[in-house]
Design a protein around this ligand. Structure first.
Ligand SMILES: NC(=O)N[C@@H](CC(=O)O)C(=O)O
Ligand SMILES: [Zn+2]
Ligand SMILES: [Zn+2]
Length: 345
């Protein structure tokens, strides 16, 4: 195949940051995707509808002229121990908020203000269930005694499964899943449970973190897993099961914050997101399944209309730039300096 045309995709999990940084990364996403779910883990986090609405206005204002009107940021709230049910009502009424994000406190980048005790959130979760506002979950336990490679699997038993029993009608997106355990859980759960899958977890296993030396640009959370888990994710993504859909988790950090004695978690993929997914799907012999995964199932789960315009990917060799500008720093993208074989025209 030398060319594929699909309905324009959406990114159901994206970090855009804020301020000057935002303007450097936003065009990469807006060029490919019609919409994206914008993560609220800023400093300070986006905890109210008002904060989300002004963040949305800053994103729209940062769009370069040719992309005006071409990109719709879908906003989320950051759940804390103190999020009140009335905030859920406000969020629902705003129509601009598509979900509320649960970060267990300390699980990942900018999660310190996250939830320390889920029982404190029960009234708020009940309001979300009643108002049909989805919960988005970073699914890892924060217990330092739990092996870092097991934190997602243990989260399912300790937190996610009980939550689905307590709130059976709450729509939940298990974000950036990385294990066969997560795939099995989502498959067997009710229709209210779905999952996003990143391109990097489809393309890389944990060997990539240690390939000839320590590779900070392959460090993200949840951390890359064994090959058997990558295979399970690939099978899920290409299975045609509508519970699994695209969410890049593109997470920009400056070069100096990544190449550091304590490097930040996050892999930048927005520069070539759909091309990276096409590469993974092609390797699995399932390019025909890309469109629904990238452009249909996420919209369906979020109960939003599917897009109607198209994008075309061509079989073409190109080299990913070594770096991008990122304020007065550099941003190192996934596959920097390496060749890809699909290019969006
Ligand atoms: N995925 C990551 O490794 N990092 C994300 C946070 C997150 O999605 O957990 C970030 O904001 O940098
Ligand atoms: Zn996360
Ligand atoms: Zn993320």
């Amino acid at each position: 195949m030398t060319s594929i045309t699909i309905i324009r995709p959406d990114d159901w999990h994206l970090h855009l940051r804020d301020g000057e940084q935002l303007s450097f990364v936003l065009p990469h996403t807006a060029k490919q995707f019609a919409r994206a779910i914008i993560m609220p883990n800023l400093k300070p986090p986006i905890v109210t509808t008002d904060m989300a609405l002004s963040y949305r206005a800053r994103i729209l204002a940062a769009l370069p002229e040719p992309l005006h009107g071409a990109f719709d940021p879908l906003m989320t709230l950051y759940l804390t121990d103190n999020t009140v049910p009335s905030e859920i009502i406000r969020a629902t009424e705003s129509k601009a908020i598509q979900g509320v994000k649960l970060y267990p406190a300390g699980a990942t980048t900018n999660s310190d203000a996250g939830v320390t005790n889920i029982t404190k959130c029960y009234a708020t979760l009940e309001a979300m269930e009643q108002n049909n506002l989805p919960l988005l979950v970073h699914g890892e336990v924060t217990d330092a005694n739990v092996d870092v490679f097991d934190r997602e699997k243990i989260f399912i038993d300790r937190m996610l499964a009980p939550l689905t029993r307590r709130f059976p009608n709450l729509r939940i997106i298990f974000e950036h899943i990385t294990t066969n355990d997560a795939v099995m859980f989502v498959k067997e759960a009710s229709k209210f449970i779905s999952a996003t899958i990143t391109a990097h977890h489809l393309l890389l296993n944990r060997n990539a973190i240690f390939q000839g030396g320590i590779r900070p640009h392959h460090f993200c959370l949840p951390v890359l897993k064994r090959e058997i888990h990558r295979q399970a994710l690939l099978n899920a993504a290409t299975s045609g099961n509508p519970k699994f859909f695209l969410g890049t988790d593109s997470a920009p950090h400056s070069q100096s914050n990544k190449e550091n004695s304590c490097g930040c978690a996050g892999i930048y993929t927005a520069h070539a997101a759909i091309e990276l997914y096409a590469t993974a799907f092609e390797q699995a012999g399932a390019l025909d399944k890309l469109e629904a995964f990238a452009s249909f199932y996420g919209a369906d789960f979020y109960q939003l209309p599917r897009n109607t315009s198209h994008i075309t990917l061509k079989k073409e060799y190109w080299t990913v730039p070594e770096q991008f500008e990122f304020t007065n720093e550099k941003l190192i993208p996934l596959y920097a300096g390496e060749n890809l074989t699909w290019k969006m025209s």
